[in-house]
Design a protein around this ligand. Structure first.
Ligand code: C5P
Length: 233
């Protein structure tokens, strides 16, 4: 399992996505396809990007009864994505169902990671809306441990949590971290950010970077800078 930079392709059409990715003529980046692009273009976008040589993190955050998640994961696995995810809040049983569904007849499967608590959920809304009366850090770690018990490969978390997750769940438990910004860049609406070099130091396995690359004047240069800082190539 290698460290890598994943570009969040937060576009609303295949056309815009291809126009952006056509700029990358050398290294084909690992890309994240989220709900917006997937719901706009369907599975065809995954097949097309695979055919163009990209690795794909399909970020659809499944959360339903175990049987439905199992069957849906089987479909995503046949699409040959490299990484996908779900909500740990769906319980250990749901996560176990997901692993079963994802596993191909030859025993291989995409990397499966869990969302613990969304970063948009704060302590107050977790207590008031969800009736969870524990400190956020404890909830996040508990969900990460549940994901590990269910056999998942890792979690999405803030780069600031990555070290702690590795401490609790082991070095090989993958941390995928958004909220990455260049030291001299705009932080936009992200609150807790880290540079690619800091994310590397703290032990993130994959960083998910959107606007610092997609909105850059020279996206290829911004991507290369990320790779250099994070992977050292
Ligand atoms: O543009 P930016 O670098 O902020 O994009 C980060 C990407 O990571 C977006 O696709 C966003 O939805 C996603 N993400 C995040 N924070 C989370 C989970 C996912 O920013 N906690």
């Amino acid at each position: 399992m290698g460290r890598d930079v994943i570009i969040a392709c937060d576009f609303d059409s295949a056309e815009k996505t291809f126009a952006f990715l056509d700029k990358f003529t050398e290294r084909k980046p690992f890309v994240k396809i989220g709900m917006e692009l997937y719901y706009a273009e369907g599975p065809a976008i995954v097949r097309e990007l695979k055919a163009r040589g990209h690795k794909i993190f399909l970020d659809l955050k499944l959360h339903d009864i175990p049987n439905t998640v199992k069957k849906s994961m089987a479909v995503l696995s046949r699409l040959d994505v490299d990484m996908t995810n779900l909500h740990a809040a769906g319980t250990i049983n749901m996560m176990k169902g997901a692993i079963e569904g994802l596993t191909r007849p030859d025993g291989t499967r995409p990397i499966l990671i869990a969302v613990t608590q969304l970063t948009s959920t704060d302590q107050e809304s977790m207590e008031k809306d969800l009736l969870i009366n524990k400190p956020m850090a404890e909830v996040v770690m508990h969900y990460a441990e549940n994901a590990k018990i269910a056999g998942l490969d890792g979690v999405v978390c803030s780069p600031l949590e990555a070290g702690k997750v590795h401490e609790r769940c082991g070095k090989d438990f993958i941390t995928v971290t958004p909220g990455v910004r260049f030291a001299d860049g705009d932080i936009g609406d992200q609150k807790r950010v880290m540079t690619p070099a800091e994310a590397r130091k703290i032990g993130s396995d994959y960083i998910v970077v959107g606007r610092p690359i997609t909105a850059a004047e020279d996206p290829v240069a911004a991507y290369n800078r990320c790779v250099k800082e994070f992977i050292g190539e």
